[in-house]
Write a protein that binds this ligand. Structure first.
Ligand code: HEM
Length: 190
């Protein structure tokens, strides 16, 4: 695809030399679209939860916030799980097809170093999401559903789980903003 051997190659700037290169260009475009859309869903859900839903929940009446936690939070956590998984699936495929299966550029070009650091940080963020933040949200939903059913106040562990969920999502959003910067820098700066 034209200038692929050039170290500053980027699919966004590719020039098609022959019609035979079109399928590869279409594939990269589809993978890039899926990857960026999934990343937007992941980061968007984190920003909305941390900056809009969390602060609003603290202002709602206890029964209203319990109902929200029990009925809406599980949908948000499923959405985030799906977005994380598809960001990784599209991202890994993009990584593979970016230079036709040759991954050596990751370790021998500045663009590769930046992407590699971004991927590493994305893995840390996903481990934090699946290992800490999502389980904390799941606990909040479960305890809220139990309190709604029994008509009694929620179990005392709910405060701790809520704090863990809020901290985990803020740290996750912060890390994702850094990953986003690295991905964009790798696409535009080299
Ligand atoms: C396993 C995790 C990931 C892998 C393997 C991966 C891989 C890639 C690759 C190969 C590219 C194309 C390279 C380039 O444009 O220079 C890319 C672009 C991009 N990635 Fe990721 N990525 C991952 C995670 C993420 C995350 C978590 C975000 C969002 C926070 C993200 C946002 C983006 C964006 C916005 C672009 C387009 C950048 C551009 O072309 O200017 N990626 N990613």
């Amino acid at each position: 695809m034209g200038n692929k051997d050039d170290e500053s190659f980027h699919p966004l700037n590719m020039e098609l030399d022959t019609a035979a290169e079109l399928p590869s260009a279409v594939l990269l475009t589809v993978l890039g679209y899926g990857h960026v859309l999934s990343a937007v869903m992941w980061l968007g859900a984190g920003l909305l939860t941390g900056f809009v839903i969390g602060p609003s929940l603290r202002k709602m009446s206890p029964p209203a916030s319990l109902e929200f936690n029990a009925k809406v939070l599980p949908r948000i956590t499923s959405f985030v799980r799906m977005a994380v998984a598809s960001t990784f699936v599209f991202g890994i495929l993009l990584l593979y097809f970016f230079q036709d299966g040759d991954m050596s550029w990751l370790m021998n070009s500045t663009q590769g170093y930046v992407i590699s650091a971004g991927v590493l940080l994305a893995v840390v963020t996903a481990v934090l999401a699946f290992g800490f933040t999502i389980p904390a949200f799941a606990k909040v939903s479960k305890l809220s559903a139990e309190a709604l059913q029994s008509g009694k106040p929620p179990a005392p562990e709910m405060m701790g789980a809520g704090r863990r969920a809020a901290t985990g999502s803020m740290v996750g959003v912060f890390l994702l903003l850094i990953v986003l910067a690295m991905m964009v820098i790798s696409g535009f700066a080299f």
